[in-house]
Design a protein. Structure first.
Length: 173
């Protein structure tokens, strides 16, 4: 059986939207945290908005992780997306059944995708939650945990970086 790993950039006040604010804090320690999760996965599970942004950026990216990101399959949770590129397919039919079936065969990494993540959390489909918490308060934006999402996790590991970012890894309690 595979697993679903959710990874997010989060501000101190829980905002995860438009993470351009993370760039001043990027360093080798943050890169190592991200590389660890990427190397353990064989596919991406994304919401439509994140998929469309990634499909625009990654194919021409010079990032060291681009070859891996571009080569692995992507599964998109969407009821509105009709055509895909970038080695992707839309999950058809019942979303939760489709994700459960994929989870049996894949170690999937979820970036961003706030609506999808809320659904995964509500249905206890997250096997590992990896948060990079940044030392900023943004005051507005889409939150990591919207109202109505309740979950219980235990802390598995903590990474402190020299730029003040804290990497937290949680597993279901």
């Amino acid at each position: 059986m595979g697993q679903i790993i959710v990874t997010e950039f989060v501000s101190l006040d829980g905002v995860m939207e438009n993470p351009a604010w993370t760039m001043p804090y990027w360093n080798d320690e943050v890169a190592s945290f991200k590389r660890d999760e990427t190397e353990r996965t064989d596919s991406l599970l994304l919401g439509r908005v994140t998929y469309e942004a990634f499909a625009q950026a990654w194919p021409t990216s010079q990032d060291e992780g681009a070859p891996h990101m571009n080569s692995i399959p992507k599964f998109v949770a969407s009821t509105t997306l009709r055509e895909t590129t970038w080695n992707a397919s839309v999950i058809e039919g019942d979303l939760l059944a489709g994700i459960a079936s994929l989870r049996e065969r894949h170690n999937m990494l979820v970036y961003g995708s706030a609506t999808l993540v809320a659904t995964l959390l509500r249905h206890q489909l997250v096997d590992e939650l990896r948060l990079l918490v940044y030392p900023v308060v943004l005051g507005e934006g889409k939150r990591m945990f919207p109202e109505g999402v309740a979950a219980s996790y235990r802390l598995d590991s903590v990474v402190h970086t020299s730029t003040g970012v804290v990497g937290l890894t949680y597993r279901p309690a």
